[in-house]
Design a binder for this molecule. Structure first.
Ligand SMILES: [Zn+2]
Length: 172
């Protein structure tokens, strides 16, 4: 009778300490989750399973983009790296026309409170949440949107993800 004593249940292996991590693809907006303890979950190597984009953005909190939200990735100098899902519908701009250019020139964002929230997010690496903004994209009519800006916490090169959710436009 040297069988394993399975009656004790002494070890709890599902540790509640592992922090859940939220990710979003800056190109197609697909959300995903992981934990610190997941083997092989190397942040720098993780691309999007859905669209194949090269990297994912880590979020501090889960975020549910609206179906018509527009995604823009910026580098640490606020230059456009990628125009993702919804960007063309909102601004008429494609990545090829915008890549490497200042987001100020391309999108002409005017925040209602007069702040430059993109600079704030880049400089302080803080999440900017739900800021009403007027989008004055070049070659397109002005549009209203709500801006969410996510800093790249893990990326040595910095940068931000800007998500613009179009809002009903009855003001002018
Ligand atoms: Zn993707």
């Amino acid at each position: 009778m040297n069988g394993v004593d399975a009656g004790g249940s002494t070890s709890i292996l599902h540790t509640p300490m592992s922090r859940e991590r939220y990710f979003i693809c800056p190109h197609c907006g697909t959300r995903s989750m992981g934990t610190d303890r997941t083997a092989g979950f190397r942040r720098e190597a993780r691309g999007c399973d859905r669209c194949g984009f090269a990297y994912l953005f880590e979020l501090l909190d889960d975020y549910y983009p609206a179906p018509n939200a527009a995604f823009f990735s910026l580098d640490s100098d606020a230059r456009i790296v990628d125009c993702g899902r919804g960007s063309f519908e909102l601004t008429g701009i494609k990545t090829e026309q915008a890549i490497g250019r200042s987001v100020r020139d391309v999108l002409g964002l005017q925040f209602d409170d007069g702040s430059d929230h993109i600079s704030t997010a880049l400089e302080w690496e803080v999440r900017v949440k739900s800021k009403p903004v007027r989008v004055n994209a070049e070659h397109d009519l002005p549009a209203r949107a709500i801006a969410d800006i996510f800093p790249a916490y893990d990326d040595d090169d910095g940068g931000v993800l800007v998500v613009l959710t179009p809002t009903k436009t009855n003001d002018s």
